[in-house]
Design a protein around this ligand. Structure first.
Ligand SMILES: CCCCCCCC(=O)SCCNC(=O)CCNC(=O)[C@H](O)C(C)(C)COP(=O)(O)OP(=O)(O)OC[C@H]1O[C@@H](n2cnc3c(N)ncnc32)[C@H](O)[C@@H]1OP(=O)(O)O
Length: 249
């Protein structure tokens, strides 16, 4: 079962070969403060952009890995049947609060200009380009990241903080799927080999154990062909109540 940082229900956004971690159900959202005539609503409320889909900045290695996992994802056939596949692509939005049930109103009240750190740059390819896939049978999460030129740390190479962000994104998503809303309590990273800017890397995470509120996750980051190890890391996530987070307690 997929779970989210907010209490979400219902059908997922339609996208090819995908399933949602953060599910948006407009049919269960509170009514808008005004009534739009039938048929006009879709014109007023544009569909959110799913950043996990390919764009023109994705290089050949990014596309190759995307195709590799996406071709193993379940999908709805043209006949309307669901074809099973071991992997699911996880859609990604620049403010998931907005796309949760009722979240559109909360998103206006809580820092309405806030945007997800990894999805806040309109210049495609400049920062984080990525897509995550989840395999529920094997309980594995993978992230395919292409590191843009604005992530520079050492000349020509990716900043260590940006690398930590990539890891936190993959393992944070994995921990959320495993346990519901969580926060990173501890993240240990061994940086083994620098990542040249523009390169595509592959991150693979696994949940090691769950102990009460705690979930322990490990993650390995390699070059796109798996031949070079860039980082290995371990992390602890702790379950939280979303209400505490939203109320700031
Ligand atoms: C879709 C994109 C996904 C991206 C995911 C991104 C995730 C993030 O970046 S989250 C942001 C960064 N993290 C934070 O800001 C967290 C800040 N810290 C906190 O809010 C709290 O300290 C928090 C929630 C981690 C733990 O607080 P609390 O819920 O009170 O837990 P608490 O009861 O003290 O501890 C629970 C258990 O965890 C252990 N624990 C807590 N923190 C740590 C730690 N840093 N190291 C080791 N153990 C710890 C405790 O010892 C305790 O263990 P036990 O149950 O065995 O006694």
């Amino acid at each position: 079962m997929t779970r989210s940082i907010l209490p979400l229900t219902g059908r997922s956004l339609r996208a090819p070969k995908s399933s949602c971690v953060f599910i948006y159900d407009d049919s269960k959202a509170p009514p808008p403060p005004f009534s739009a005539p039938q048929g006009l609503a879709s014109g007023f409320f544009s569909k959110p952009r799913d950043f996990s889909l390919p764009n023109s900045s994705w290089g050949p290695e990014m596309m190759r890995l995307y195709e590799q996992y996406n071709s193993q994802c379940g999908e709805e056939t043209e006949g309307g049947e669901n074809r099973e596949g071991p992997w699911k692509r996880l859609p990604s939005y620049n403010r998931f609060l907005k796309y949760a049930t009722g979240g559109v109103y909360l998103s206006r009240m809580i820092h309405k200009k806030a945007r997800l750190f990894t999805r806040n740059n309109r210049d495609q390819g400049a920062t984080f380009e990525y897509v995550l896939f989840f395999n529920s049978e094997e309980d594995k999460c993978v992230g395919v990241f292409q590191a843009g030129h604005l992530l520079e740390g050492p000349p020509g190479h990716v900043h260590g903080g940006a690398i930590a962000t990539m890891i936190d994104t993959v393992i944070g998503t994995h921990a959320t799927i495993a346990c519901g809303p969580v926060l990173t309590a501890n993240l240990n990273i061994n940086y083994r080999r620098p990542i040249p800017l523009g390169n595509t890397v592959l991150l693979e995470s696994s949940v090691d154990k769950k102990e009460g509120k705690k979930v322990f996750v490990t993650c390995k980051m390699t070059s796109s062909d798996g031949s070079k190890l860039h980082t290995d890391s371990t992390a602890l996530f702790v379950s939280i109540k979303v209400s505490q987070l939203l109320l700031g307690s």
